[in-house]
Write a protein that binds this ligand. Sequence first.
Ligand SMILES: Cc1cc2nc3c(=O)[nH]c(=O)nc-3n(C[C@H](O)[C@H](O)[C@H](O)COP(=O)(O)OP(=O)(O)OC[C@H]3O[C@@H](n4cnc5c(N)ncnc54)[C@H](O)[C@@H]3O)c2cc1C
Ligand code: SF4
Length: 337
Amino acid sequence: MRSFSYARAESLDKAVGEIAANRAADPATATVKVIAGGTNLLDLMKADVMRPTRLVDITHLALRTIEDLPDGGLRLGSLATNADTAWDERVVSRYPALHKAILAGASAQLRNMATNGGNMLQRTRCYYFYDTGTPCNKREPGAGCGALIGVNRIHAILGASEHCIATHPSDMAVALAALDATVQVTGPKGERSIPFVDFHRLPGDTPHIESNLVADEIITAIDLPPNRFAAHSTYLKARDRASYAFALVSAAVALDIEDGQIREARLALGGVAHKPWRDKGAEAALAGKPADKNSFRALADAVLQDAKGYEHNRFKIDLARSVIVRAMEEAAGLEPS
Ligand SMILES: Cc1cc2nc3c(=O)[nH]c(=O)nc-3n(C[C@H](O)[C@H](O)[C@H](O)COP(=O)(O)OP(=O)(O)OC[C@H]3O[C@@H](n4cnc5c(N)ncnc54)[C@H](O)[C@@H]3O)c2cc1C
Ligand code: SF4
């Protein structure tokens, strides 16, 4: 591991100031990163994939609480652990898809350490990104993409570009996308909110820029709006092993059903794109339709109509179709087909 300096911030203002000062002092080479649970960042530093020159430890900031919002929603502190969030009784009862999504990720030990903010900003599990001996536009802009002509079994089928076909690995983020969460951030220019669906980016020709968070901003919280989905929502993850493994394809589903008819449908997919994948047009087409298998198959066809497979991951298109229909059936309370 390369040498780096370390500072522990005791307040949000000090953390923001520390990042800004460090970047201003040496704009050309300073790569200051915040560290939360460290379960992704430290691995990447050990593998020489990420090379921060300074770490700002934010674990002492008062961002661990989970609080009710006046509109009936819930605010998840960015430093609340994945475990505390998954098992919060309000998450279990009001946002069951999020509860299931978090528990489908990693292991109990990791979830005890991993934080909500860090989970959203964890980096892709593309093998070539981790292997510094191979070309990767995400690690080194302009280097090329090893996965395009290499082993691309775990890679994207939607929204990819010729510069990068990596997927976002988070399970939690898929549920947050389906629930229309909002990300609260603070930086030198003050506070702002980012709709979750706009938080992560598609690769385009800048795959190294993965989110719309500015480099000197800190995520403080994630807000969940109130909804009528609790009775009809789920998270389904298809993966190579039943024990902890990243998703090949996953689906977070939230339905508002009245008298067997769909009032509102939400579907976010994981493991298929550079960000949690939503198709709001396809979701809207489900309104007023019966909550049955035919409607769910039509949704799957619409969402996957532009899907493109590469040499080793074409199977994901059929797998995604099955996962969507199965998750929809489960959320609607139908027997799986
Ligand atoms: C063996 C293994 C298996 C795993 N399996 C899964 C899985 O199946 N599903 C899944 O979803 N995840 C999985 N994970 C990933 C794990 O969930 C993430 O590593 C974890 O959530 C990251 O959180 P952290 O707090 O440790 O982040 P850190 O490692 O501390 O940080 C990650 C990134 O986020 C940035 N960051 C952290 N907090 C903030 C903040 N508040 N504001 C701005 N930037 C911030 C850091 O600078 C860094 O770039 C696995 C990890 C391992 C090691
Ligand atoms: S898919 Fe993206 S992350 Fe993987 S090698 Fe290509 S550029 Fe790098």
